[in-house]
Ligand binder design. Structure first.
Ligand code: NAD
Length: 488
């Protein structure tokens, strides 16, 4: 198999890392290396930050409609290569090709188009005072910003950050996950063709542990937008907080789906509930890893739910009927297997799944795990408190509304919840009491890009999406102009 060597994008040029070292990039379905990405060092980060700062004044002065047209062209170019992007995303991440084709890449295009349109429609406030004095708010670009993204939705989350940053007039030093660097590299290859001036978008690959601290603490960086684990978020905050640097943190989750006995659970709703646990192998920050079911319907719901989960297919991401592909890396595969072992050791009963899968053929050495459902564990167990980020869901009975809310909130995280009820008052009542940034009622992962996106507690700080993202990537300046009193 030929191995592709990726490069950094710095100042508009493909650049090998200064020290020449590379990291292996694996195809999770086969366990084989298919690419190498730069193992960048601080010197590469310095080059990228310098390029971003050189390009910043001209990009900030570029008219909005020109910035918007460039982002639209960027999206069009991705659309023109949708199949190649989807194939690369599936290969790099292990996700089913159908998911990359129908979710990841279209959403990456939508991110670019959404913020291209949003920036042309954005306005700021004016606050007139008595006597004619006027305050108005300028929202100015920050300069060079860092955008750091994870491996689970690689291009989707990469563009979710760079699109608002660029639209708002900033230049970017982006660091995709070293585990899944491929589609960010492909995107970088299209930057010049889209019309992005040199240095406006810089992409530095490498181990977060090697270059992350240097990037987020760099004096040339004005803000840090990060999506990833709570542990990394904490270490970034420890660097950026004393620098008073704007920081947005989208972190881990331990989300609950709550099914009340008044909810009509037809097949379509059941499918959504199953998907909320196992889409993308459970490797979506919004996935529900705790399924709370009212005790009065627990047995009947459980039976239908387990039937559906058992019917999910695990295997080659390239097959059209595959529901769950491979886990992203050998390390993560080990971590999820360990979490299942912990659940057993804590006294949990595996109601279905629980084992590694060996699909054979080209996937014989891949990292596959059955969709796994575990019962019988209390709210205080590690299994019910710690993020697993894999195809593992715990089933938990609850008595009433108060019990459901207490259980849902009994974790340190607070990203999202999915609530199933046909009682409108209950939907409002429970939604307001859930300690999360997002609540879905009778749906899951239905996204409108205008809405605020983010979590509370250890799920993060700040909001992305719509004007929240444009606000983050700009500095508000109030200008107060006093009205001269007329000459006597
Ligand atoms: P991670 O924290 O290991 O890595 C995320 C990114 O940070 C990678 O690009 C990595 O190279 C970089 N990084 C690592 N150490 C760094 C450091 N010290 N300084 C700066 N950057 C550093 O996370 P992951 O394993 O790639 O992603 C999985 C996690 O992301 C899960 O916890 C998941 O819940 C979370 N996530 C959250 C959201 C959200 O919107 N809240 C979305 C997707 C994923």
């Amino acid at each position: 198999m030929s191995i592709t060597t990726l490069a950094n994008l710095i100042g508009g040029h493909a650049r090998a890392p200064r020290e020449g070292a590379h990291l292996d990039v694996f195809e999770p379905a086969t366990g084989l290396v298919f690419a190498r990405c730069p193992a960048s060092t601080a010197a590469d980060v310095d080059d990228a930050v310098a390029a971003a700062n050189n390009a910043a004044p001209a990009w900030a002065a570029t008219p909005l409609d020109v910035r918007a047209a460039i982002l639209h062209r960027f999206a069009d170019l991705v659309e023109g290569e949708l199949e190649s992007f989807a194939a690369a995303e599936s290969k790099d991440n292990g996700k089913p090709l159908s998911l990359a084709r129908n979710l990841d890449i279209p959403r990456a295009m939508a991110n670019l188009r959404f913020f291209a349109a949003a920036i042309t429609q954005w306005s700021s406030e004016a606050h007139p005072m008595p006597g004619g004095t006027l305050n108005y708010t300028l929202r100015q670009p920050l300069g060079a910003v860092a955008c750091i993204s994870p491996w689970n939705l690689p291009l989707y989350l990469f563009t979710w950050k760079i699109a608002p940053a660029l639209a708002a007039g900033n230049t970017v030093v982006a660091k995709p996950s070293e585990v899944t660097p491929f589609t960010a590299w492909m995107l970088g290859e299209l930057a010049a063709k889209a019309g992005l001036p040199d240095g406006v978008l810089n992409i530095v690959h490498g181990h977060g542990a090697d270059i992350g601290d240097h990037l987020v603490g760099h004096p040339g960086i004005k803000a840090v937008s990060f999506t990833g684990s709570t542990r990394t978020g904490r270490s970034i905050a420890a660097i950026t907080a004393p620098l008073f640097r704007k920081t947005s943190l989208e972190l881990g989750g331990k989300n609950a789906t709550i099914v009340f006995d008044d909810a009509r659970i037809d097949d379509a709703r059941l499918d959504t509930i199953v998907r909320s646990g196992f889409a993308n192998q459970g490797e979506i920050c919004l996935c529900s890893s705790r399924l709370l079911v009212q005790r009065s319907i627990y047995d009947s719901f459980r039976q239908r739910y387990l039937e559906r989960v058992r019917a999910l297919t695990v295997g080659d991401p390239l097959h059209g009927d595959t529901d769950l592909g491979a886990l992203v890396s050998a390390a993560h595969y080990g971590k999820v297997n360990d979490a299942i072992a912990t659940a057993r050791a804590e006294g949990g009963t595996v109601a279905c799944g629980g084992n590694a899968v060996h699909p054979g053929g080209r996937c014989a050495q891949g990292w596959f795990i059955e969709p796994t459902v575990i019962e019988g564990l209390g709210a205080d167990t590690a299994t019910n408190r710690q993020e697993i980020f894999g195809p593992v869901v715990t089933l938990i009975p609850f008595e009433d509304e108060a019990d459901a809310i207490a259980l849902a909130n009994a974790v340190d995280y607070g990203l999202a919840a999915s609530l199933w009820t046909d009682d409108l008052s209950r939907a409002h009542r429970v939604s307001t009491q859930l300690a999360t940034g997002i609540v879905w009622v009778n749906c899951w992962m239905l996204r409108d890009l205008r809405t605020p996106f983010g979590g509370v507690r250890q799920s993060g700080l700040g909001r992305e999406g719509g004007v929240e993202a444009l606000r983050f990537f700009s500095e508000a300046k109030n200008i107060c102009i006093a009205m001269e009193s007329p000459q006597a």
